[in-house]
Design a protein around this ligand. Structure first.
Ligand code: CP3
Length: 345
């Protein structure tokens, strides 16, 4: 099955299209997701129930006909499969088991417990079997730096004060933890490809919190090594990097041999990145999820600007970050119609 990235890199027939999917397209803005979510009190139990996760993955495909599905799971399944305690508290976000010093991570496993993730892979197989042949299937991982933040801060990272201090105070221990996460991410990505994903999106949602001194290794280097390891094993797999907030580091990510597409965050001016895009690569993004909430002319103008800026390059239409629960369904439908009706002038 072609990756959504291939549909823009090797378009056939040669008509310019902007395929479309949305980050967090399965989720609370959908009434059918909210209803299904009632089936399980715990979010992780929901993620690890293959029947529920398959249904949640397919809901946005059935409703909107997006060009790719993204498997319903979470980036925090990796810390969980390394033995850290992970829960999701309604209205408060994720909570991860108490860590008061980097030494506490000694209690973690050094390898992923694959048993804890088997349902993710069986769900991928079932989704692939149920998807229309032309719809892509995206697997994903949180990147080591972003996972490190959740694991050290015990939840959403705020200013990442604890993690940044530990990176300076305990550099070896933190570097070792990063390596362990890097291996876990590679393993999880490979297993998702084996189970039927054609694309892996690498979420470095908090790349923007990485101190400049560490960026080269902790964000860019990780992305280089992980994408290399994935391509070595699955040369046909496609990789989308999402280094949110990376700023000047974006040029280094664009230059990575094994990254096929770069997903731009909401604050990056797409038209300024277009001239920097190396041949044979695609950009993805970057509609503001809040413009999608507001709708009307604000939304049509924002969509038109993205389509106009990206008309000369391989481009996948997406948001600059995840869709938010307040998003009206009709706004999603309107964007899809506008994107599909767009003809190069
Ligand atoms: O549709 C999809 O995109 C697939 C599923 C998906 C989820 N999380 C489901 C989810 C994906 C790709 C993610 C990625 C994810 N998870 C990221 C990276 C993307 C980003 O937003 O930056 C991050 C940082 C997380 C961690 C996470 N998971 C947080 C901070 C939260 C709480 C905030 C929130 O949105 O509720 C979650 C919970 C979560 N993950 C929900 C969903 C649908 C909501 C929980 C619920 O339905 O009860």
């Amino acid at each position: 099955m072609p990756s959504i990235v291939d549909t823009v890199l090797n378009p056939s027939p040669a008509i310019k299209t902007h395929p479309i999917w949305f980050m967090r397209q399965a989720g609370r803005y959908l009434p059918e997701y909210r209803a299904l979510r009632q089936s399980s009190a715990s979010f992780l139990d929901f993620c690890f129930n293959p029947e529920l996760s398959v249904t949640a993955t397919l809901q946005p495909i059935e409703r909107f006909g997006f060009d790719a599905a993204i498997i319903f799971s979470d980036i925090l399944v990796i810390p969980y499969a390394l033995g850290q305690h992970v829960t999701f508290v309604a209205g408060e976000g994720p909570k991860l088991g108490g860590v008061s010093h980097p030494d506490d991570f000694r209690k973690l496993a050094t390898k992923l417990d694959r048993e804890r993730l088997v349902t993710v892979y069986s769900a991928l197989r079932a989704v692939r079997a149920a998807l229309p042949a032309e719809t892509g299937l995206i697997g994903f991982c949180g990147m080591p730096w972003t996972l490190l933040l959740y694991m050290c801060e015990g939840g959403s990272p705020g200013d990442a004060v604890k993690t940044r201090r530990w990176c300076y105070q305990e550099p070896e221990r933190m570097r070792a933890l990063l390596s362990l996460l890097e291996n876990a991410v590679i393993e999880h990505a490979l297993l998702q490809l084996e189970a039927g994903a054609d694309t892996i999106q690498l979420f470095d949602s908090w790349a923007g919190l990485c101190p400049a001194l560490l960026l080269e290794d902790y964000v860019i280097g990780c992305c280089a090594r992980i994408s290399r390891a994935v391509k070595e094993r699955y040369p046909a797999a496609r990789i989308i990097a999402f280094p949110r907030g990376i700023g000047m580091g974006l040029t280094a990510i664009l230059a990575l041999d094994d990254v096929d597409a770069v997903s731009l965050d909401t604050s990056t001016p797409l038209h300024q990145v277009v001239p920097l895009l190396p041949l044979g690569k695609a950009l993805q993004g970057n509609l503001d999820p809040q413009a999608l909430v507001v709708g009307g002319k604000v939304l049509t103008d924002a969509v038109a600007a993205i389509l106009e800026s990206s008309k000369t390059i391989p481009h996948i239409f997406n948001l600059g970050h995840g869709i938010v629960p307040e998003t009206p369904i009709e706004h999603v439908t309107a964007v899809i119609e506008q994107v599909r009706a767009f003809k190069e002038s």
